[in-house]
Design a protein around this ligand. Sequence first.
Ligand SMILES: Nc1ncnc2c1ncn2[C@@H]1O[C@H](COP(=O)(O)OP(=O)(O)O)[C@@H](O)[C@H]1O
Ligand SMILES: [Mg+2]
Length: 422
Amino acid sequence: MSQGGDRTMSDMNEAEDRVIAPVPRITIQAFCETPDVAASIQAAAEDRRMQKAQLKVLMGGAPAAVEAYRHSPTPNVIVLESHGDRFALLALLDQLSEVCDGGTKVMVVGHVNDVILYRELMRRGVSEYIIAPVAVLDIVRSISELFSGPGADPVGRTVAVVGAKGGVGASTVAHNLSWAMARQLSVSTVVVDLDIAFGTAGLDFNQDPPQGIAEAIFAPERLDANLVDRLLSRCSDNLSLLAAPAMLERTTDLVETALDGLLDILRSSVPCIVLDVPHAWTAWVRRTLIGADEIVIVAAPELASLRNAKNLYDTLRQARPNDRKPKILLNQVGVPKRPEIAAAEFAKALGTDISASLPFDAQLFGTAANNGQMIAEVQASGKIAEAFKDLGGAITGRAEPRRSKGNLLEPILARLARRKAS
Ligand SMILES: Nc1ncnc2c1ncn2[C@@H]1O[C@H](COP(=O)(O)OP(=O)(O)O)[C@@H](O)[C@H]1O
Ligand SMILES: [Mg+2]
């Protein structure tokens, strides 16, 4: 540290970069036009605050982006460099908005200080416009502020998966759903095994981490983002696991707010958090379900599941009247010789749609469970793997076939409405 008033340049940089919050576990893709900007963005990827983010730098600018996202989901952040004229860029952004997933943020690196362009970009929902030449820290700071500035949306959404009864396959669904979101829909996802004493997520993902959720909830005074980071074990690209210890030394009659700190930390750093909720009705389970952004209730097509699913559905609807309805997933449909309740009847009794029906397939699910694999890894092109992907798409807003949506779309709809009115 320097003494008194004569701060050196490096002190100032240090002081400046201390205020940049670490970038969450997001995906970023940059489409550059000049080697200089590409090099700066590549260097930004190496910055310590970008450690958790996945950043890919490509060339070709906005036209390449439009082309790329016709067929693949958009990342959390798209960075576009534009050298060309204003009208070409705006036209390309309009095209991009048609293929942009909800929640994707767009940042533009331009080469001119153009107020009209700036205004038009903001009108189209572009989050940030910075002017080249760009310093590495400017890029890190701009991306960081998309998620940490005042008024920034929370990064993560929680998806709670719970069974109407024990053994209906809720955990199996939670694990396969998180795998589909991470691998097939490219959303960075953490799956949290809340079945603290008996959970099977570690087995299902063939992971045996020495530490997991117990360290996060039984020692709340030590809990912070770094600890949570260390407790996660990596299952595959974009997918991490907070495993249950599956030990019986401690009981799981936790206080109601026991998970609050952990979930807050995960929400601020991971786009998608899948909660594998045990079939229980403790205060902390109820709180977790009511507080989730999305709920999936897994039920088998029989009477006890129906009764419990209806009770759960009604209770949760009442507690969260302004949220999306819990999704109902029927699992283990078609067990040989078992009398079953038809999906239509099930739906009628609950007063809602059935989001998906998965067949009973002892061979397939048994093989996956025994091998510590996901269904899509055992049978990549089957209907069941497809169903998990569709459910993931419906939850993340990355459903196929692709529909136009997202923050970039609103200005276009507004313009169409204006055109109609005039
Ligand atoms: N559709 C299915 N067909 C056959 N077996 C299934 C199916 N879904 C789940 N299983 C099996 O049922 C058992 C219980 O599943 P699990 O996900 O642990 O249920 P829960 O979490 O609801 O208690 C596991 O052995 C799993 O492999
Ligand atoms: Mg379970």
